[in-house]
Design a protein around this ligand. Structure first.
Ligand code: ZN
Length: 430
């Protein structure tokens, strides 16, 4: 995809004023290159999700270790004739023209001619394997790509989720917030797994284009929240809700369609902004309730041009210096959805508000990044002063608002009912 993803952590430092991850599900807003998929029915058994944890260049060796001292090596297509190989850890894997060269302690090197290699701990031990000084639950799959090697963890859903919510929320937050987040993250992951099945060698990345993932964790609140909500997903009209979420909605929620997805199947009541009247107090008492940045107009011009070049929008690529920046369209919750830029010569350009934010943030400059697309602009000399509310795309669950609700004694069911109106929590698998 041509549009650069927004990596929020690169522009906003992690401290107590911002969440450890803003749960940015920053899909570029260009149409997907594949036909949109309907939302899935709730699975009846626990799904295995495929999480890409790294994209490597082909030259670097991959070193995998295990606390138990042994690793099981197998190839997906069965080309390892005496597979699986129970090798002494750590093992070192390197991709060559004729296949994977695997080196293990006390054994001759082996070359395995296969597109995909699977590394697991021996069955029954339950130990996570180790890569890059971190522990990862599940089986590690190495996949050759055009540019190198992808590392993908195939992990049962319930083992995946603790490492998501431990990274998405502050450790000091309430258990009810963790439970609400666990159900939202599970629902989102179910939808992504169904969406990419048979289309791509992974379902999600470990990062803000999907959801954050730290691998294995012993964070007690995260582990408990996942265990207590095991198998529970949000359902609307018989299908699982793509439960997008973000850090702080600023009191003005966004609808999913056109903001985080172009899939019309995601345009359902739980993912629409509605009239927004009930959300205005949502996260207004939190530290991320409002923000202000000043950006030179010439900088806005160059960033809009760069965005236009990257996304094939010739009009934006040729943008003049703006002399006025207006909200061209708002949603039912009064959140800006489209921005209009006017120039001295009278030229006008329109851009989706979320794309405008991505265009501004693509440069990775923390001082001039926009925390949300919900803003108003005042021109002052050669600068634009942007005053905004909230942090993140504003679709679905508002993490700061959810924490406010649990602090006031609301249950995770009440939290989810507020942020995904019309949905119900269903136990899909045991
Ligand atoms: Zn909010």
């Amino acid at each position: 995809m041509a549009a650069p993803p927004v990596v929020q952590s690169a522009v906003v430092p992690h401290d107590e004023s911002t969440p450890p991850s803003s749960a940015e599900i920053a899909q570029p807003s260009k149409p997907l290159p594949i036909p949109p998929k309907p939302l899935p029915s709730p699975p009846t058994t626990e799904p295995i999700v495929a999480i890409r944890i790294a994209e490597l260049t082909a030259t670097a060796p991959v070193v995998v270790d295990a606390a138990g001292g042994r690793l099981r090596v197998s190839s997906v297509d069965g080309s390892l004739s005496d597979a699986p190989w129970n090798a002494a850890a750590p093992i070192e894997i390197q991709v060559h023209d004729d296949g994977w060269r695997v080196r293990a302690r006390g054994a001759p090197d082996r070359t395995i001619a296969s597109g995909e290699l699977v590394i697991n701990t021996p069955s029954g031990t339950g130990d996570p394997l180790m890569w890059n000084k971190k522990s990862w639950p599940g089986a590690l799959r190495l996949v050759r790509t055009r540019t190198g090697v992808d590392l993908v963890m195939d992990v049962p859903m319930e083992s995946y989720l603790p490492g998501v919510i431990a990274k998405e929320l502050y450790g000091s937050w309430n258990p009810e917030t963790f439970r609400a987040q666990a159900i939202a993250a599970r629902s989102y992951a179910v939808v992504e797994e169904a969406r990419w099945q048979g289309r791509r060698h992974y379902d999600m990345v470990a990062g803000q284009q999907s959801q954050a993932w730290m691998g294995a964790t012993e964070n007690p609140k995260a582990v408990a929240a996942v265990r207590e909500t095991r198998g529970q997903v949000l359902v609307h009209d018989g299908v699982v809700v793509a439960a997008y979420y973000s850090s702080a909605c600023g009191g003005r929620p966004a609808s999913a369609l056109g903001v985080v997805t172009d899939n019309p199947f995601h345009d359902i009541a739980p993912l629409r902004a509605g009239d927004g009247s009930s959300r205005t107090s949502c996260c207004q008492s939190t530290s991320v309730a409002s923000w202000k940045v000043t950006i030179p107009l010439a900088t806005i011009q160059s960033r809009v041009q760069s965005w236009g070049r990257g996304t094939g929008r010739a009009d934006l690529a040729a943008a003049q210096v703006p002399t006025a920046i207006e909200v061209a369209h708002k949603n039912a919750a009064n959140r800006a959805t489209q921005i209009r830029l006017r120039s001295r010569t009278g030229e006008t350009l329109t851009i989706e508000a979320e794309d405008f934010r991505r265009a501004m943030n693509a440069a990775g400059d923390a001082k001039t990044s926009l925390k949300s697309s919900d803003f108003a602009v005042r021109i002052s000399g050669k600068n634009a002063e942007l005053t905004g509310r909230g942090f993140g795309h504003g679709v679905g669950l508002c993490q700061h608002g959810a924490q406010e609700m649990s602090r006031r004694g609301h249950s995770h069911q009440q939290i989810l009912a507020r942020y995904y109106p019309g949905s119900t929590v269903v136990k899909a698998w045991n």
